[in-house]
Design a binder for this molecule. Sequence first.
Ligand code: SAM
Length: 203
Amino acid sequence: MKSVISYPCRGKWGRADYRGNCSGHVIKDLLELYRPRTFLEIFAGGGTGFEVARELGYIDSAHLDLNPKWGGWNALKDEVPVSAEFIFCHPPYYDIVVYSGEVWGHAHEDDLSRARDYEDYIRKLNIVHRKLFDSLPIGGRLATLLGDCRKKGIYYSIIKDMEFIGSLESHIIKVQHNLTSSARKYRGFFIPIIHEHLLIFRK
Ligand SMILES: C[S@@+](CC[C@H](N)C(=O)[O-])C[C@H]1O[C@@H](n2cnc3c(N)ncnc32)[C@H](O)[C@@H]1O
């Protein structure tokens, strides 16, 4: 793994039709690099991390999400049930994809993608990151995958606005593929966003 990653095919893991899903290659490469003894995935969504973990032999890794399919675990209110050496976290990118009530079930007030506004989203994201980081053993790692977004001409850099915790061990740029925005032709000065950020914090 280098500081720019690009996977033109997302791989076979998890549901490709789960909106906002990520490539299983990201999780696989991280697990093969760090080889943690214990693995926890937050925001499990379409099951990408679960399938990667099982394939790599993590028979008791934990995968949590507000989506009832994963037990309805609420990152804002519930305790982190295990202390894992490595946590992969893939939160909603503000409200770019709204999950509860659209991707699954009914609207949920603690769904991060339903935050009142951008400030409320960042406040909630900070709470979740802090809680996850606190659950790590010393030396453990928290990897969080986040995108930037643009709404009504305003550019939102989530990683600029959120809190950094522990020591930032790596900042990796992930190229995004198969986006409708990157296939479209734009006039003027508009630069489409075709990357995400993978931040790795060490405790
Ligand atoms: C970007 S998706 C994760 C996609 C996943 N990595 C995949 O490949 O399918 C974000 C997830 O955050 C979940 N979510 C939103 N708010 C949450 C909360 N408060 N607690 C736990 N999960 C939440 C949504 O249900 C959604 O599945």
